[in-house]
Design a protein around this ligand. Structure first.
Ligand SMILES: Cc1cc2nc3c(=O)[nH]c(=O)nc-3n(C[C@H](O)[C@H](O)[C@H](O)COP(=O)(O)O)c2cc1C
Length: 168
């Protein structure tokens, strides 16, 4: 699949088949994550690969939508706030930017391999910290299920390009 096909094909998948994801595909997705750029190459993140069959109860407490645990795997990316680059002149720490770029690599790699995903920010943070036993320096940033698609895209019209882009 060519890159532009990948970004056109991707959508938020909110329904998954009861079908395993091949280890080779998961390995490729995780490798794509490690190739993501991060500020000053700090790589201040950790990816948790969660088996939904084993952890259905905990995951349901974190994000209650039924489709979340239909996929065989859920990934969570957490960022280390103490390891990420901070812009010295105004103190802006870029840990969330880094982690989001990593998640985007994961999601586009999964799409290219014929798998469905959905960015999830609306999770319960404290339940996540407890479940993953996260040290204080880590903040969970995003989740995604990864699995074979069993849902059509929802209507998600985009704003016209003129509204979003300004040439100055
Ligand atoms: C950072 C981020 C967080 C999101 N969080 C959620 C979420 O918690 N639950 C959900 O169902 N969708 C979530 N979405 C999916 C968006 O609603 C979706 O990307 C948007 O409506 C566009 O639709 P599309 O992804 O199908 O193109 C999130 C998307 C992004 C980029």
């Amino acid at each position: 699949m060519d890159f532009f096909e990948v970004i056109e094909k991707r959508y938020s998948v909110r329904g998954y088949k009861n079908q395993e994801v091949e280890k080779e595909k998961l390995d490729k997705i995780l490798e794509a994550a490690t190739l993501a750029p991060t500020g000053v190459n700090k790589q201040p993140f950790k990816i948790f690969v969660i088996d939904t069959k084993t952890h259905k109860e905990e995951l349901t407490k974190i994000y209650k939508q039924k489709w979340f645990t239909q996929a065989p795997i859920v990934l969570c990316i957490a960022a280390d706030k103490t390891a990420a680059w901070t812009r010295p002149w105004d103190g802006k720490n870029i840990y969330e930017i880094d982690a989001t770029i990593v998640m985007d690599h994961i999601i586009l790699a999964a799409t290219a391999l014929g798998l469905g995903t959905c960015y999830i920010a609306a999770f319960k943070k404290n339940e996540t910290i407890n479940f993953l036993n996260l040290e204080e320096k880590y903040e969970p940033i995003l989740f995604t299920p990864i699995g074979y698609i069993d849902a059509e895209p929802r209507d998600a019209p985009r704003k016209p390009i003129e509204e979003l882009v300004e040439f100055i």
